[in-house]
Design a protein around this ligand. Sequence first.
Ligand code: ZN
Length: 96
Amino acid sequence: MKERLVHRGMRYRCATCGYETMMWLEEGLEDRESKEKKPVPFIIRCPKCGEVFKGMRHVDFHKDVFLKNRVPLDLAMNRFENRKKSDCGVPVFTEV
Ligand SMILES: [Zn+2]
């Protein structure tokens, strides 16, 4: 299996319960260096309180992390996965 790498971290915070986490992005998502350029959703369902509309949003853009050297996806990371069948990043939460 091809190694899956992440290249960027974006902070998301829930507008309802305040839950906050770093979401790591797989290659091909919001990725300037990849041929594949899929977006990630700006608003996602909060895994803690279940809120959607007032759920998790990308916040603190200045705290985005751009990894110079891409690192292997750690399955413990909260992340957006790049799945073939999806036109945008799919959020996966493992730490809540
Ligand atoms: Zn919440």
